[in-house]
Design a protein around this ligand. Structure first.
Ligand code: KIV
Ligand code: ZN
Length: 515
């Protein structure tokens, strides 16, 4: 059996199913390029049948990516599979990923189909997909809660029809490591043609065991593909964290004796990009990519580290892409230095007009803030990309008055469509007053689900990064705004969320919620 573990990244599909994490076409292309630099084997770019916007995004990722296989999810029916294949037309290497639920509960309640009907549909769909692509993955949704005998029949039949990867998801995060590892091992032993396919694991994190379960699927079960996401992004408690899987395989090579091709130094840049684009902040104590993952505060630890870093460190921060916050640019840096830094960060900007737009934003920021870090540049590029995607609501300027004992007031000027408008409002604090002032004119009526502020670098000089999550008409969106002034960052985040609600291409259906 091969000792290589295939890393299948589903940040752009399963990750996108996190509340509000839906990404635009350009955002998906930027993340896909970073995943390619990270050297993931397969990029699941979306679910083509979910919306015209997702179809376009998958097509754009397929055209942009050269080194990784690009994949689209599809329900096990001809229409979805055709849509997936069409979206992947430009891909150098493509995979169609068809799924159907196989657990008694899902078949009876969600699909309202008998097991025999599910088996027939699974077979038919893989036969159909094989006419459109060579590389076909089949997933038995809620596989871990399925009956073993039935699952063996489904898997054997789909391999016979030409599925070359078989994925057994723990869709609801119910598994425990040994049981899940044994489950995969039993399947591989009992399915007669199991050696004709690569076995894959896909674990959700509802009990905090997604990474452990995936590793057990590989170690005990013999799976050789792990499906995972950057920062463990994903529905509910999330999916398996790519960075933890990769560093566990690498750091404990003595135990797993397996390899993967990931360029670990691209992990932290990928984590920061995904966090910034989706508005999902990484918790400070998160393994590998959390801000404290390599921080040693206790005196004893610091002393040990100075004598020999291995006393308290099993990995090196620089090996996963952490670099001390470097001052990279300042007020006097020119356009060429800025362009060079974009290049060093792996940010591809094709049109000169876009470089100019980003450089103007950089200059404006350098006027406010003397030291510009990589994180600032990443934020500038995200803002530039959102502006290019078309902003119905655009921030122009604002002012506030807040004084102890008085209710804060805010005045804000925006462009809505092609009209410039101003409004004023009060609030509990200056942020609340500013968002109320926006609502005065935008009148979205959206419900605020989340507001969070984070500093993107250290110190009070840092830009504030604000995430606002809004809900309206069954849709949930996140908006992210950055600015040295956190009240302006809040207004920008609110407007970014309103822009997403305003964009019909952003409405997508969730693959697993539909029959
Ligand atoms: O969790 C799950 O079951 C999935 C499948 C569609 C692969 O995401
Ligand atoms: Zn999933």
């Amino acid at each position: 059996m091969s000792d290589k573990v295939i890393i299948f990244d589903t940040t752009l599909r399963d990750g996108e199913q996190s509340p509000g994490a839906s990404m635009t076409k350009d955002e998906k292309v930027r993340i896909a390029r970073q995943l390619e630099r990270l050297k993931v084997d397969v990029i699941e770019a979306g679910f083509a049948a979910s919306s015209e916007g997702d179809f376009q995004a998958i097509s754009a990722v397929a055209a942009a990516v050269k080194d990784s296989i690009v994949c689209s999810l599809a329900r096990a029916n001809d229409k979805d599979i055709t849509r997936a294949s069409d979206a992947l037309k430009a891909a150098k290497a493509k995979r169609i990923h068809a799924f159907i639920a196989t657990s008694p509960l899902h078949m009876a309640v969600k699909l309202r189909m008998s097991p025999e009907e599910v088996l027939e549909q699974a077979k038919r769909s893989i036969r159909f997909a094989r006419n459109l692509a060579d590389d076909i993955e089949f997933s038995a949704e809620d596989g871990y809660r399925s009956e073993m005998d039935f699952l063996c029949r489904v898997v054997e039949a789909t391999i016979k029809e030409g599925a070359s990867t078989i994925n057994i998801p723990d869709t609801v995060g119910y598994a425990t490591p040994e049981l899940y590892g044994d489950f995969i091992k039993t399947l591989r032993t009992r399915v007669p043609n199991s050696d004709k396919a690569v076995w894959s694991v896909h674990c959700h994190n509802d009990l905090g065991m997604a990474v452990a379960n995936s590793l057990a699927g590989v170690k005990i079960g013999g799976a050789r593909q792990i499906e995972c996401t950057i920062n463990g992004l994903g529905e509910r408690a999330g999916n398996t964290a790519l960075e933890e899987i990769v560093m566990a395989l690498r750091t404990r090579k003595d135990y797993f004796d397996l390899i993967c091709d990931i360029d670990a130094q691209q992990i932290v840049p990928a984590s920061k990009m995904v966090s910034h684009i989706t508005g999902f902040v990484v918790q400070p104590n998160k393994a590998v990519v959390g801000a404290n993952a390599f921080a040693h505060t206790s005196g004893i630890h610091q002393d040990g580290i100075l004598k020999n870093r291995e006393t308290y460190e099993i990995m090196r921060a620089e090996d996963v892409g952490w670099s001390a916050n470097k001052i990279v640019l300042g007020k006097l840096s020119g356009r060429n230095a800025f362009k060079q830094r974009l290049h060093d960060l792996g940010i591809v900007v094709e049109a000169e007009a876009d470089v100019n737009e980003a450089f103007t934003r950089f200059k404006a920021l350098a006027d406010q803030k003397s030291e510009i870090f990589d994180e600032d540049i990443i934020a500038i590029m995200s803002d530039t990309a959102s502006a290019e995607a078309g902003e119905h609501y655009k921030f122009i300027s604002m002012s506030q008055h807040s004084e102890t004992g008085e209710r804060p007031r805010s005045r804000i000027t925006l462009r809505i469509g092609d009209k410039e408008v101003s409004s004023e409002a009060e609030g509990n604090g200056p942020v609340d007053a500013s968002l109320n002032a926006i609502e005065e004119v935008a009148k979205s009526g959206a419900e605020q689900l989340l507001y969070s502020v984070n500093a993107i670098t250290s110190g009070t000089q840092s830009q504030g990064e604000v995430t606002v999550r809004l809900a309206k008409g069954g849709r949930i969106v996140n908006g992210v705004g950055t600015d040295p002034d956190i009240i302006a960052a809040s207004a920008k985040a609110y407007l970014a969320a309103l822009n997403k609600l305003h964009d019909p291409n952003q409405a997508k259906m969730n693959a697993q919620m539909t029959p």
